[in-house]
Each structure stands twice: as structure tokens, then as C-alpha cells.
Design a protein around this ligand. Sequence first.
Ligand code: 5GP
Ligand code: MG
Length: 173
Amino acid sequence: MYKLSSEPLLNAQQIDRRLESLAQELKACNFDVILSALTGSYIFTADLSRRIATPKLRIAFIKASSYGESDKPNAKVHISGLESLDIKGKRVLLIDDILDTGNTMKSLVEALADYKPASITTCVLLNKESRRVVDFHADFVGFDIEDKFVVGYGLDYANDYRTFPEVWALEEA
Ligand code: 5GP
Ligand code: MG
């Protein structure tokens, strides 16, 4: 059994402040399209994109799910939604909720390269550096966190807690 930590790991105000500075940096990069990896990054994507808010910035979504032994390097990542992407020659900002082993982001970047974007820049809300099993570093990171399983602000545990406005750690009850 699991329970939420007694205090949020990141409260709404901390997230707000960090997103504001992140958005200012990203705005300067002039991306053509934000590509968001569902489902965990839906809140982060919405909050970040409306702070960037440039007229020509497009939003697109893909879905990545890992299966098999997801903790191992070369874990299988299934990606859907690639067929309908229009990113050729575009400057893409790829967004995910959390960078853990790195398998998901690495697979996404490799798969997207086939569609010949002008560039792919990566951004994650959370980074668990100590969990990395493949060589991957995000270009932009919201917060570096310890090796804890976290929920809220889009992230779930068996589909629970996604809509919480804060990021919480799950602990054994
Ligand atoms: P990676 O492929 O880097 O190991 O994992 C990335 C994916 O695993 C994330 O997009 C997320 O869906 C899931 N994940 C990794 N760590 C956590 C966590 O602490 N909490 C939740 N809710 N999902 C996580
Ligand atoms: Mg995910």
C-alpha cells in the first residue's frame, strides 16, 4: 500500500515560478511546434505553452508507453501518433513529464529524427538523474528530484492523482 507524502514535493507556487522562468528561456528559442508526450505531460504542456504564447507556435501530441522490462537499457517504447505529424523542417520542442531511465525520451528523439525536423529540443518538468540507464540529457529541466515515485500535476499512479495541482511523492504506507 502507498500513501502521499505529508507535504507536496513541489507546491503550486514553486511550479508556477519555475514555469515562468522556463517559458522566458523557451520563448527566445522560437520553436515552431511543441510536441507533447501524453498523458503525463498534459498539465505541464498547457501551463508552459500559454506562458510562451507566440502566435505561430503549434501544439501536437504523441503517446509513448513503455512495456517489458522498462528499467533496462533498450526497453521497448511504443509510440503512437507519429503518422499524422507535420514536423518536417520545423523546430520542435519535445515535452515530457519526467525523465527517469531515459528510455522514453531517447526513443522519441530517435523516432522523430526520421521525420526530418530542423531541430529537436527536449524539455521535461522533472528529472531523476540517478535513475538514468541510457545516455540522455534533456536540454531544459524544470526540477531535478531525488529517486522517488511522484504523482500529481499530470503524473499518475494507476491513473490516480493526475489532477492534483502539486507534485507529491508516494511512500509506502
Ligand atoms: P523513462 O522511460 O525515462 O524511464 O520513463 C519515463 C516515463 O515513465 C515517464 O514519461 C512517466 O510516464 C513514467 N515515470 C517515470 N518515473 C515516474 C514517476 O516518478 N512517477 C510517475 N507517475 N511516472 C513516472
Ligand atoms: Mg510518460
